[in-house]
Structure formats: C-alpha cells, structure tokens
Design a protein around this ligand. Structure first.
Ligand code: GTP
Length: 193
C-alpha cells in the first residue's frame, strides 16, 4: 500500500535546510533561498510502493515536532554550534513524542556542506558516533553538489518510518498551504503560516 507521512527538516540557521528540501523536490540547487517556510508535498516510489511526504522545512518549533512523523536534523560540517544543537534536538523530539519506544522515533542526522571540506570543523566520525549513540541514521551530503545523496537521506528516513509502522493514510493537516515550487523560484516571502 501507500504511505503518507509528515517530515520536519530541522536545524539551526543557514545549515542548508531549504537547499536540501529544494534539491529533493526539484533536483536543483539555486543558491539563495530567502525566507522560505512552507510545507511541500512530494511523492516517489520506493520498492514499488508509493510514498507521499509532506515536508516542512523551517527553524525549530514545538508545533512542528508534534506534527511530524519523521525528522531530518541538519547541521553544517563547518558549524560546530549547529552540530551541538542536533543532539539537543534529538533529546527534545524524544521527550515530546509519545511513542511506545522513544528510540524508535524516525530520525536521520545530516551533515551538510560536504563540499566545503577545507572549512570543516566537525569530523565525519563525530556525526557517525552521535548517530550510533542515539540510534539514528547518519549521512554526510552536499546539497550544493549532489542530488543522489540527498535522495538517500529521504529514502533512509522512509525506511525508518516504515519500521515505525506508520502506514495509515490520512489527509494533510494544513489545508491549502501546500505551496507550489514556483514560490521558491520567485523567492516570494511565504508568510501565510
Ligand atoms: N557550499 C555549500 N553551500 C550550501 C549548501 N547547502 C546550502 N548552502 C548555502 O548555505 C546558505 C543557507 O542555505 P539555506 O538552505 O537557506 O539554509 P537554511 O537552513 O534553510 O537557512 P534558514 O532558512 O536561515 O534557517 C545558502 O547560501 C546556501 O546556498 C551546501 O551543501 N554547500
């Protein structure tokens, strides 16, 4: 059957949340993203099954943590503070989500801006270790350079959400605010939330 799930892309400022989301949806990197805050709907096939994701790309808020079924937690490999905030986010999500088993909340950790290795301040091993210790998936990617690795992030999350037995079909909770990608390319402020 198909799966319909809500995904929150979270992380501190300028780590590339919009870049990752736009890369997934359009396969493109457009450089500057402005103050985009929208929910996007995106469907793809995984092992012959249609997966429909509602993706909310935005700074942290409690409302989004409640809304989401799965989380993409993004930091920049050039920004130590953004990495530190990821472990705090994991704690927050696990304390706020009412799962039978908190360890099962589907979370993937993403170290972005891999292309900027000359400015790296967070080692790959540190990301991998954090993921190991918190039972999350881990990816290092470059939204700027690569579509495939970004796709793998969302496939990994879908796998985790399937494990969490999230199979019910349900309507999008925020009627009428799914923006078309033209809003992104027009770099329009989307303040209707
Ligand atoms: N070199 C490089 N730059 C990137 C990458 N991803 C994003 N950027 C740049 O980093 C800046 C911030 O990217 P955004 O996608 O707007 O980051 P964000 O996390 O959505 O930022 P906020 O909306 O401010 O929270 C932009 O100038 C992007 O072009 C990457 O993989 N490599």
């Amino acid at each position: 059957g198909s799966m319909d799930a809500n995904v929150a892309v979270l992380g501190t400022e300028s780590v590339g949340k919009s870049a990752l989301t736009v890369r997934l949806l359009t396969r493109r990197f457009i450089g500057e993203y402005g103050d985009i805050e929208s929910i996007y709907s995106h469907s793809f096939m995984v092992n012959g099954r249609e997966i429909s994701l509602n993706i909310w790309d935005s700074p942290y808020s409690e409302k989004k943590v409640q809304w989401a079924d799965g989380y993409v937690l993004v930091y920049s490999i050039c920004d130590r503070a953004s990495f530190n905030s990821v472990s705090r986010l994991i704690q927050t999500i696990r304390s706020k989500k009412d799962y039978m088993n908190a360890a099962k909340v589907p979370i993937v950790i993403v170290g972005n801006k891999r292309d900027l290795h000359h400015r790296r301040t967070v080692l790959s091993e540190e990301g991998r270790l954090l993921a190991l210790n918190t039972d999350c998936h881990f990816y290092e990617v470059s939204a700027a350079e690569n579509y495939h690795s970004v796709l793998m992030v969302f496939h990994g999350l879908v796998d985790r959400m399937k494990d969490a037995k999230l199979t019910m079909k349900r309507p999008l909770g925020f009627k009428g605010i799914v923006k078309s990608m033209s809003a992104v390319f027009a770099r329009r402020r989307t303040d209707s939330l």
